[in-house]
Design a protein around this ligand. Structure first.
Ligand SMILES: [Zn+2]
Length: 450
C-alpha cells in the first residue's frame, strides 16, 4: 500500500551577526584586524516540522562552528521539540572565528575577551533565530533540483615539481552542481530556498573587511529577486576553491578583487533562480534524523619522548615529518603538544555525521570539519538509487578530513594542515572507511527495504 504523505510545516528566519570592530577576522591560519564591513554577515535557518518534531537546517557566515556551540544550542532549544540541528558554516574567511582555531598563541587578553563576548552573543542570537523560525512555521511543501551548475570552482591540488601543491587543477573532475531545496506555501507561492554549492568561500579574502564572500552576493541577489529568504549550505569543499588565476601564469592562482566576488556570487544566484524556473520534483516528505559521531584514527602516536627528541635533535634518519617545511608552525606545535598530557593528545578525533532524510529519494548527510570533495562521490556510489546531498563544515570545525587517496598523496590537505591545526599527527587512511561505515549505517537505516 502506498504511504500517505504526512503534513509538513516550514519556517524561515534570519539574524545579522556582523561583528563589531575589534573582534578579529579568521580563516587564513592567522587572526587579522577587522577594519570595517564590506558585506553584513548572517545566520539563516529553515525549520521543518512533521509529527510535532522539528529539524533545524542553519547556514552561518563563519569560518567554522565548534561542537560545544551545537551542544548548547541543542540543550537550549529542546523545549521547542527540536530533534536535530544541522549548523553549517559557509567557511567565509572574512568573519570572526566561532571555533577558537587560532587563539592558542594569542596572549592579548583584551582581544580574547572581545572574541569570547562575540561568541556568546552569537550563541544567544542563534537560539533566538531558532525560536523565530519555529514561530514562522506554516503548512507547505518542498521540491529539489540540482540540474544547474556554476562553473567558477576548481580542484586546488596539483602535482607540480614533485609534490602536491595548492594550484588549480582543471584535470580533476569536480561536482559543480547547485543543489536547491525550495519551500512553497500550500497555494504554490515560494516561501524560501536553501541552496548548496561546493567551493571555498575564498574569492577575495586577504582584505581586513567583514564579508560572506560570494555567499553574501548570491543570497542578496536571490532574496531581492525572489523576495524570499535564501539559506546557503556549504558542500565538502576542503579541496575546492574559486578558479581565480594569475593572468600571466595561469597555472597558478592569482590576485582577486571585490569585482570577482560579485561576478561569482551573481553566477551562483542565477543558477539558483534558473533552477526554480525549471521542472522541480515535489518531495513526499517523511522526515527522519540521526545525529551520530565517529572517531578518526591518527597515522601514528606522538609520545612525549618522540616530540622532545624531535624538537631537540630533529629527525632520525629515514623518519619523515612534514612539519619540517612549516618553520613558522613548528615551535607552536611543539609548545602545544608538550602542554597537553599524552592522554589528551591521543584523545580520539570526533567527526559528527548528521543524517536528515527528507523523502524516500533524498537525504542530507552533513559532516563536520573541512571535508574533502571525494567523500560526496564515495558516499553517493554506495547508494546510487538515492539522491544524497553531502555537506561539510557542519557542527564541528578543527581541521581537514580527506579521503584515503589524498592522505596517501600528502600535501597541505592530506598531511601538514593537520599539524597547523594543532593535531598530533595526520589521519590514518583508515579514517575513510570509518567515515563511510558510519555514513552507510545511517543511510541503511533511512532507506532499508520495508
Ligand atoms: Zn578551508
Amino acid at each position: 500500500m502506498k504511504k500517505q504523505a504526512l503534513p509538513l510545516k516550514i519556517g524561515f528566519a534570519s539574524v545579522d551577526i556582523t561583528p563589531p570592530k575589534g573582534v578579529p577576522l579568521s580563516g587564513t591560519s592567522t587572526l587579522r584586524p577587522n577594519e570595517g564591513v564590506l558585506h553584513r554577515i548572517y545566520a539563516k535557518v529553515m525549520i521543518l516540522e512533521q509529527e510535532g518534531k522539528r529539524h533545524v537546517i542553519m547556514g552561518v557566515d563563519a569560518v567554522g562552528v565548534k561542537s560545544e556551540l551545537i551542544d548548547r544550542l541543542q540543550e537550549r532549544t529542546r523545549k521547542l521539540n527540536v530533534v536535530s540541528i544541522i549548523c553549517n558554516a559557509s567557511h567565509t574567511h572574512c568573519a570572526p572565528d566561532l571555533y577558537d582555531g587560532f587563539y592558542d598563541n594569542l596572549d592579548d587578553l583584551k582581544v580574547v575577551g572581545l572574541k569570547n563576548n562575540f561568541q556568546k552573543q552569537v550563541e544567544n542570537k542563534l537560539v533566538r533565530l531558532i525560536e523565530e523560525g519555529c514561530k514562522q512555521l506554516k503548512s507547505g511543501y518542498l521540491a529539489f533540483n540540482n540540474q544547474e551548475e556554476a562553473r567558477f570552482s576548481v580542484n586546488r591540488r596539483r602535482f607540480y615539481k614533485g609534490e602536491w601543491q595548492l594550484m588549480p587543477n582543471f584535470k580533476a573532475k569536480i561536482d559543480q552542481r547547485v543543489s536547491v531545496i525550495s519551500a512553497y506555501h500550500e497555494n504554490g507561492a515560494l516561501m524560501g530556498v536553501t541552496y548548496s554549492y561546493t567551493c571555498h568561500t575564498t574569492t577575495y579574502y586577504s582584505m581586513n573587511l567583514v564579508s560572506g564572500d560570494f555567499v553574501s552576493v548570491a543570497s542578496d541577489r536571490i532574496e531581492s529577486e525572489l523576495k524570499v529568504p535564501a539559506v546557503f549550505l556549504q558542500g565538502p569543499c576542503g579541496d575546492i576553491r574559486p578558479a581565480m588565476l594569475n593572468p600571466e601564469k595561469p597555472e597558478f592562482f592569482g590576485k582577486t578583487t571585490v569585482r570577482d566576488v560579485e561576478r561569482v556570487g551573481e553566477e551562483l544566484a542565477l543558477a539558483v533562480i534558473k533552477s526554480l524556473n525549471s521542472r522541480t520534483k515535489k518531495l513526499k516528505p517523511q522526515l527522519s534524523a540521526i545525529s551520530a559521531y565517529t572517531h578518526l584514527p591518527y597515522q601514528m602516536e606522538m609520545s612525549d619522548e618522540k616530540i622532545i627528541r624531535y624538537q631537540k635533535f630533529g629527525l632520525k634518519k629515514g623518519e619523515k615529518h612534514t612539519l619540517e617545511i612549516l618553520s613558522t608552525y613548528k615551535e607552536n606545535w611543539f609548545k602545544k603538544m608538550l602542554s597537553r598530557s599524552i592522554k589528551d593528545r591521543q584523545k580520539p578525533f570526533t567527526m559528527p555525521i548528521i543524517g536528515l532524510k527528507f523523502s524516500d529519494d533524498l537525504t542530507i548527510l552533513a559532516l563536520g570539519h573541512e571535508l574533502g570533495s571525494g567523500y560526496a562521490t564515495l558516499i553517493q556510489k554506495r547508494f546510487p538509487q538515492i539522491r544524497i546531498l553531502t555537506l561539510g563544515y557542519t557542527n564541528a570545525m578543527v581541521t581537514y578530513v580527506m579521503p584515503a587517496k589524498v592522505i596517501r598523496e600528502g600535501g597541505y590537505e592530506g598531511d601538514y594542515s593537520n599539524y597547523c591545526c594543532g593535531l598530533p599527527a595526520p589521519f590514518s587512511e583508515v579514517s575513510e572507511a570509518v567515515i563511510l561505515d558510519k555514513a552507510c549505517q545511517i543511510l541503511d537505516e533511512f532507506h532499508k527495504k520495508r
